[in-house]
Design a protein around this ligand. Structure first.
Ligand code: COA
Length: 152
């Protein structure tokens, strides 16, 4: 899985990615996320997720402290879900965080989002008990190497 900038060439396709109807309360639209990123640049970074040549998802990353990479948005297009790409996308984000010398990933998840909570827990995130804007805060300490079990 490759993380790539949102550019003049792919932004329309990124906006065209969509989640299932019953997932719409779990994540903002990519259009909104790109607007958020523009307003809050460079703190927010929008990235397209490619599997081979295929655009399959999107993430919005937030950097407000040196140690933590905050995953503000994360989605896999409905047509590409259920094939392990969510997990691969998280691994790519973890690798980027490590390359930047960060020691932790953090995110917030809507309590009713059982699939995402399960995915994050399986990846190594733990629920901290913090609630932010109605979302459960989850954190994942990063091992220094990308080659440790769990992220492959
Ligand atoms: C959460 C999301 C990113 C997962 O993406 P994905 O590519 O389907 O994830 P994966 O294929 O890697 O599957 C991850 C796990 O969830 C499970 N899963 C995936 N879709 C599922 C579904 N519809 N029902 C039950 N379990 C499901 C998989 O079985 C897998 O578990 P396993 O590793 O134990 O087999 C995707 O569902 C999504 O974009 N949801 C809408 C947006 C959203 O909620 N984003 C998160 C905001 S915090």
């Amino acid at each position: 899985m490759r993380l790539a900038p949102v550019t003049e060439d792919n932004y329309r396709a990124v906006i065209g990615l969509e989640v299932h109807e019953d997932q719409r309360t779990f994540v903002a639209t990519n259009l909104k996320s790109i607007a958020d990123a523009w307003v809050h640049r460079p703190k927010l970074q929008p990235l397209a997720l490619y599997h081979g040549e295929d655009l399959v998802g999107f993430t919005l990353l937030e950097r407000d402290s040196p140690d933590v990479l905050h995953i503000a948005r994360f989605m896999i297009d409905r047509r590409a879900q259920g094939r392990g790409l969510g997990r691969k996308g998280l691994a790519a984000i973890a690798e980027l965080a490590r390359a930047e010398g960060r020691s932790e990933l953090a995110l917030g998840v809507v309590p009713a989002n059982a699939v995402a909570r399960g995915l994050y827990a399986a990846f190594g995130f733990t629920e901290t008990g913090e609630v932010d804007g109605g979302e459960l805060v989850m954190r994942h300490r990063l091992a220094p190497s990308a080659h440790l079990a769990g992220d492959l």
